[in-house]
Design a protein around this ligand. Structure first.
Ligand code: NI
Length: 432
């Protein structure tokens, strides 16, 4: 199918910069086949008028747990360890496979509605994210969360992860990684096994690292090292790794991350909400570490909206460093797009609007209060937009949302099923 987006403002990469100007975009099947130059034989089955519209590359949510959207706002104002072990873990144990499917659909609805086209998911019910992605039309990197004590190649969770990767590997919107959960839930031998298997299978690793002070203190007490050194010693960094959080990192840790090309996903809302602090993002950028951005699950954010996350990222480091220059709007926008694609090994396919890349993009309204006047659109994207400006979303050349109407998932059905799950778990209809 040919789609023409005619005369819209478009964010285009220009070297290390992004430039915003008026362009027309030609899409054929799943790809962008022309910018301003109409490809030979192009036939537009659909033309989108670009007046008062801004086209951006689809945002990349580089760390989340979509199935946890069901647990939005059920465990707030708690310490990290109480949040995880006393509230979220027991609730997770009650989720059925079907529940996880609807939870993932809810997370994906929220992401599509706020301009995200690709996400990186760590899941307990891996088959259900796969199923929900097949239905939603998004692009995703998926891993099954792995926890364990020993080197055991027959481990049930690992086998599940590998089987799913093999089964669903045929859909080119899906990619699989291995997901050892965190140093405090993976014993050294288990983590080493994950690294060995990832190396053998040519897979990347998606892990939580150095998220809280308690994690770092316990690691020092039990293993006399930092969480980063713990992962290094297990061989995790011998494969392409995307590490969520990295809040509690020292200078030597950052040098290790840089020298092993580890990408760091910063999750400012989750880190603040759980009282875990601020990752040293400006320092990481200074060292040349590839930093990308994620929401984390809706149980700890409590949203899947990358505009909210961009705004936080763009502001908190200026505030905590008392230096407004330490991170720019341009840098923040790249962290939410191309850097995420790079971290997931997808930068040849997505993360920017370029001829030959997949047509993964969001079309935003400029004729709304939050985007008016159009003085500096890059600053508008980072500091002013809230996601409600996203009008149309295209992923892999397919229209997932138009005029804010979702074309793939059945929105009403998702809400109906989520309400049913929450009622069953005793989460809904409480009085306050
Ligand atoms: Ni997480």
């Amino acid at each position: 199918m040919g789609i023409l987006i005619k005369d819209a403002m478009v964010v285009l990469p220009e070297g290390e910069e992004d430039k915003i100007a008026k362009h027309s975009i030609y899409i054929e099947d799943d790809k962008i086949t022309g910018i301003d130059n109409e490809p030979q034989g192009f036939k537009a089955e659909k033309t989108i008028d670009g007046k008062d519209r801004l086209v951006i590359p689809g945002l990349i949510n580089a760390h989340t747990h979509t199935y946890m959207s069901t647990f939005r706002n059920v465990a707030d104002d708690l310490s990290f360890m109480d949040w995880l072990f006393k509230t979220i873990d027991p609730l997770e144990a009650q989720l059925t496979e079907e529940d996880a499917y609807w939870g993932s659909c809810l997370g994906q609805l929220e992401m599509i509605k706020s301009g995200t086209t690709t996400f990186n998911d760590q899941q307990m019910h891996i088959h259900q994210t796969t199923r929900a992605v097949m239905d939603s039309g998004m692009r995703a990197v998926i891993c099954r969360g792995l926890v364990g004590d020993t080197y055991d190649l027959e481990d049930r969770r690992l086998k599940e992860a590998l089987e799913e990767a093999e089964d669903a590997g045929k859909c080119d919107r899906l990619k699989f990684m291995l997901g050892p959960h965190a140093p405090y839930t993976c014993a050294p031998d288990y983590l080493k096994m994950c690294a060995d298997v990832a190396k053998e299978k040519g897979m990347g690793i998606h892990i939580h690292l150095a998220e809280s002070a308690t994690e770092s203190e316990n690691m020092r007490k039990d293993h006399d090292c930092t969480p980063i050194e713990y992962a290094l010693n297990a061989g995790v960094f011998d494969v392409p790794t995307i590490a969520a959080h990295c809040v509690q990192v020292n200078d030597a840790d950052m040098d290790i991350l840089k020298s092993h090309n580890v990408s760091v996903v910063t999750n400012p809302a989750s880190n603040m909400k759980l009282g875990n602090g601020f990752a040293p993002v400006p320092e990481m950028i200074e060292k040349g570490i590839n930093v990308c951005l994620g929401t984390d699950g809706a149980a700890s954010n409590n949203s899947q909206n990358m505009f909210h996350e961009m705004s936080l990222l763009g502001l908190i480091h200026k505030g905590t460093h008392a230096t407004p220059q330490c991170i720019s709007a341009r840098e923040t926008f790249r962290i939410a797009t191309i850097n995420g694609a790079r971290a997931l090994g997808l930068d040849k396919l997505t993360g920017s609007i370029e001829v030959g890349k997949k047509a993964d993009l969001a079309i935003m309204r400029l004729d709304v209060p939050s985007m008016m006047p159009n003085n500096n659109l890059l600053a508008s994207l980072v500091y002013s937009a809230n996601g409600s400006e996203v009008d149309t979303v295209i992923a892999d050349g397919r229209v997932l949302m138009e005029g804010r109407e979702i074309k793939t998932l059945d929105e009403e059905k998702v809400y109906f099923e989520i309400r049913k799950i929450c009622q069953r778990l005793g989460l809904d209809n409480r009085t306050y």
